[in-house]
Design a protein around this ligand. Structure first.
Ligand code: TEU
Ligand code: CA
Length: 536
């Protein structure tokens, strides 16, 4: 029960983790060959970004068959072997469940193009206006119209993401039954649960136009509605047959909505990925970056820590730029990488580490749009062009916020392509792999990797760091301090988010300090992070 509360979860983006056959694309045999790396880190579960059959318009988030493995990644035998090999190392597998939409290549969608087929109502189909207008005025997540005309059916279908990601219609009860079958299929194979993609937007209450004219027009018709809660409670029954866990990716949730989605007594999700702390460096949309303000970040984290009893804790994933240049400092790469590790592993909740975070990987070093792959970045660049934004500014915007920042291949060695592939990588390897790579950090007891290992071990051995309460102590311009307590036991964490030294009011015996300090008198170096036994 609640095994996921004591576990460190590691996210793998399979395309970029490890290639095993020289085709430049990461694959399942590649993952198997690196399981020892994860075991050393003390990972208890892997969240695998989608490996299902997919035409890859959105790198697997557009699924064309939920019961098949994308041949680029391997076979179902490889997948079964991965589950077994991971289990042998005490590592569970969590699959990505993408059920808001399917690829338009999916059999259901192809059938759905025929109004008389059994699949006719699997998606949201609607007629446009007589004047040639779209069925409604909603806008999509990837910056384009969210309706596409299908010449065969002579109607439009709804797609809140890319054109080839058609939204499933949960008003049709058969869709939910299909999803339950898919879940059983994977649970029977021995997976431990699911990360549920954009799970709080499943239920659309109507397709009416919206009077709001902001970005995401129409979202009041699908964000965290009661219909979604009902679906989640039904899915929970399947999950309970297998004691499985779920973490929901929930866009635009407030703490209150998050609580309704994951309060244990409501039997929906176990935890959610919320986004608010990822928005401290933007105005309204992620494309409009502002300077990172540590204080706003601390306050936001504190709010979420207090309002939810338990939640997923993350600083990186495949949709977000890397955390060091964003919340830390490239100048103090190692120090701030270690500080962010402390933050991620000592807040209350289940920590999710994204591949490469444990060696301090940085954003891509591309110089041209052509080097990018992500559908979202390409769409947005097109829009910026349409608005006559000059090339230099377009590039600046894309470069800072593109999802490809975190999708460059894992840097294993300082060799060709960072040891990721013998062939031509599907997305460029960062040239800094000469400096930032696992092999080098394995040999260095003072590396970010060694620090992650030590922290992970400390967390495993220290109950209060896993299960203790969270009490905020200080959230200033640069210092963030909090206490974790449980019965007689307590730890205090003090973090200096700055290139400048700081003074903190906390004292205590040092458990870990990224400057190797053994006693702590409150004076802090740039990006110093310290965990104190007891303390206040
Ligand atoms: O992401 C949902 C989502 O809304 C954002 O995180 C999105 O990726 C983007 O950053 C908005 O600017 C999930 C997946 O994590 C993402 O990779 C998929 O592309 C998306 O759903 C569609 O399945
Ligand atoms: Ca491969």
């Amino acid at each position: 029960m609640d095994w996921w509360k004591d576990t460190l979860i590691y996210q793998i983006y399979p395309r970029s983790f490890q290639d095993s056959n020289g085709d430049g694309v990461g694959d399942i045999p590649g993952i198997i060959s690196r399981l020892d790396h994860l075991q050393e880190l003390g990972v208890g579960a892997i969240w695998l970004s989608p490996v299902y059959k997919s035409p890859n318009a959105d790198n697997g988030y557009d699924i064309s068959d939920y019961r098949e493995i994308n041949p680029e990644y391997g076979t179902m035998e490889d997948m079964d072997r991965l589950i077994g090999e991971a289990r042998a190392r005490g590592i569970r597998i969590i699959m990505d469940l993408v059920i808001n939409h399917t690829s338009t290549d999916h059999y259901w969608f192809r059938q759905s193009r025929d109004k008389n087929s059994a699949y006719a109502d699997y998606y949201y189909w609607a007629r446009g206006g007589a004047d040639g207008s779209l069925p409604n005025n909603w806008t999509g997540f990837f910056g384009e119209d969210c309706w596409e005309f299908d010449p065969q059916r002579c109607e439009y279908y709804l797609h809140l993401f890319a054109k080839t990601q058609a939204d499933l219609n949960y008003h049709n009860p058969e869709v939910l039954e299909e999803v339950k079958d898919i879940m059983r299929f994977w649970l029977r194979k021995g997976v431990a649960g699911f990360r549920c993609d954009v799970i709080n937007i499943l239920w659309k209450d109507s397709l009416e136009s919206s009077p709001k004219r902001l970005a995401l027009t129409g979202s009041e018709h699908y964000l965290s509605l009661e219909g979604t809660h009902e679906i989640l409670r039904e899915l929970r029954q399947v999950l309970d047959e297998y004691d499985a866990m779920t973490v929901g990716e929930t866009v635009f949730v407030t703490p209150r909505q998050a609580r309704d989605l994951c309060a244990p007594e409501r039997n929906e999700l176990n935890m959610v990925f919320s986004f608010e702390h990822m928005e401290c460096d933007q105005y309204f949309l992620k494309w409009f970056k502002r300077k990172f303000r540590p204080k706003a970040f601390f306050d936001c984290l504190t709010k979420w820590q207090r309002e939810l009893d338990w939640n997923a804790v993350y600083l990186e994933n495949h949709d977000q730029p890397r955390s060091i240049p964003r919340f830390g400092s490239e100048r103090y790469w190692k120090e701030s990488g270690k500080l962010l590790a402390v933050l991620a592993l000592t807040l209350r909740g289940t920590p999710f580490i994204y591949q490469g975070q444990e060696i301090g990987m940085l954003d891509f070093d591309f110089t041209r749009m052509r080097q990018l792959n992500d559908v979202e970045s390409k769409n947005v660049e097109k829009i910026l062009r349409r608005f006559h934004i000059p090339q230099k500014l377009r590039w600046k915007i894309i470069r800072r916020a593109s999802r490809d920042n975190a999708r460059t291949p894992f840097q294993w060695t300082d060799g060709p392509n960072g040891g990721f592939t013998d062939g031509r990588p599907w997305l460029g390897v960062n040239h800094n792999c000469e400096r930032i790579n696992l092999a080098q950090q394995e040999a260095d007891p003072d590396s970010i990797w060694s620090w992650y290992k030590a922290l992970s071990a400390l967390r495993r051995e220290t109950e209060v760091l896993r299960r203790g309460t969270f009490e905020p102590l200080e959230a200033g311009k640069q210092v963030f301090a909090y206490r974790r307590a449980s019965g007689e036991d307590a730890c205090t964490v003090v973090l200096n988010f700055s290139d400048q030294p700081a003074e903190a009011a906390h004292r205590g015996a040092v458990m870990m300090d990224n400057y190797g300090r053994e006693t702590f008198d409150g004076r802090m170096q740039p990006w110093e992070a310290v965990i104190l036994r007891q303390g206040n």
